[in-house]
Design a protein around this ligand. Sequence first.
Ligand SMILES: Nc1nc2c(c(=O)[nH]1)N[C@H]1C(S)=C(S)[C@@H](COP(=O)(O)O)O[C@H]1N2
Ligand SMILES: [Mo]
Length: 225
Amino acid sequence: MKNLPPGQKESEVFPRFGLPQYANRFPKEVEKIEIRIGGELEEFIISNELNTLKRVDQTSDFHCVTTWSKTGLNWSGYRFRDFYTEFVLPRLQNEMRYVILKSQDGYKTSLPLEDLLHENVLLADRLDGLPLNIEHGAPMRLVAPDHYGYKNPKYINCMEFYADEQVFKTGLYDFIDHPRARVVYEERAKKGPGFFFRYLYRIGVKGTIKDYEKALAEYRAAKNS
Ligand SMILES: Nc1nc2c(c(=O)[nH]1)N[C@H]1C(S)=C(S)[C@@H](COP(=O)(O)O)O[C@H]1N2
Ligand SMILES: [Mo]
């Protein structure tokens, strides 16, 4: 048995996963990376400039809040910290502390900037030596291994930087979205003891995987027809 964080179980597969309402949503643009940077700064778009950052490869584990973990994923991409230092920091007037992350499928979540600046947080465009596929977030996703999967948005297309925490409607059920969602502290939900939610969330895992597989098969069939 590998040493997994509290309440997690090892999964053989790395499933396409998420909240039920996102199963049938897919990114419109999977080839070209285009991320809108906004919030309390003058808006700009980041695209091919990312190539100028140092490419990093990283093997890390992925922990979904519903208790499955996939260990040893080989990501490749750019450090969020490098992206921030190079492109965002020079344009700021005051200090930012809070970031809202948005995706092509309408998914939204947030993290404190401090957490995003950890060395192991990546903007990843490759997995296991191949360009990221639709299942796992093409063309680019955030990889934050110390945070539950729901803080790892796929198909990322917008980041907003703010000095203070913002109130906004997340892509999640409101009770789920913990402001930090750190795996070691079992911050599974906004309120209440994390371990309680192990049992609640676990119930839905198999059905969700099936629904996500079905939606992907239908999407592929429609594309090829
Ligand atoms: N855009 C987007 N990102 C998302 C989700 C989603 O539905 N849409 N689901 C989150 C959840 S809950 C998990 S566990 C992981 C799953 O990533 P995977 O499909 O690559 O396994 O993506 C996260 N990021
Ligand atoms: Mo998740």
